[in-house]
Design a protein around this ligand. Structure first.
Ligand SMILES: [Zn+2]
Length: 163
């Protein structure tokens, strides 16, 4: 179901709500109409839930949202990810995962690297920020560009670490 389909479902749900309310009003003169009203309201509720859920999912897997997602995932995975990891994380098709990563390569946001049997996408632009100077004693973290060699808090020599 694409976005248009999901929007139509949400729209249809409001028609069922209107019909349900009309029958509810009409039940004043004929009590059996309340059953029809309840059926319409139930269908309306069902369609609304299905439609909104689908719209939310479509927003989650829009190319832009997925690119942000790929960067977040790469940050957790030492700056690189595979199509398989990406598709598993966001429950998307192999095709869609590959397309998003290839788009990132085309935009210069990632690099494709062949590692033996598998293809790995290295998210560029992430790497410099991942290297930090860190104090092994108090845990203070400083940007790698800082000229300091000793911890400003406790004076211990700083180490360069990958986060
Ligand atoms: Zn320190």
């Amino acid at each position: 179901m694409k976005k248009l389909g999901a929007s139509i479902v949400v729209l249809a749900s409001s028609l069922f709500f209107i019909a349900g309310i009309l029958f509810l009003i009409a039940s004043v003169s004929q009590a059996s109409r309340i059953l029809v009203a309840l059926v319409f309201l139930a269908i309306g509720t069902f369609l609304l839930v299905v439609g909104l859920r689908r719209l939310r999912r479509l927003a989650e897997i829009s190319p832009d949202a997925l690119k942000t997602g790929a960067i977040e995932l790469a940050r957790r995975l030492d700056g690189e990810l595979t199509v398989a990891q990406f598709r598993a994380e966001y429950r998307i098709s192999q095709e869609q995962a590959g397309e998003v990563l290839e788009e990132m390569v085309a935009e210069g946001a990632a690099k494709r690297e062949q590692r033996e049997e598998r293809v790995v996408y290295v998210v560029t632009g992430l790497l410099p920020a991942m290297v930090q100077k860190r104090c092994p004693y108090c845990g203070a973290e400083l940007p790698v560009r800082t000229p300091l060699r000793k911890c400003p808090n406790c004076g211990a020599p700083l180490e360069i670490t990958k986060t």
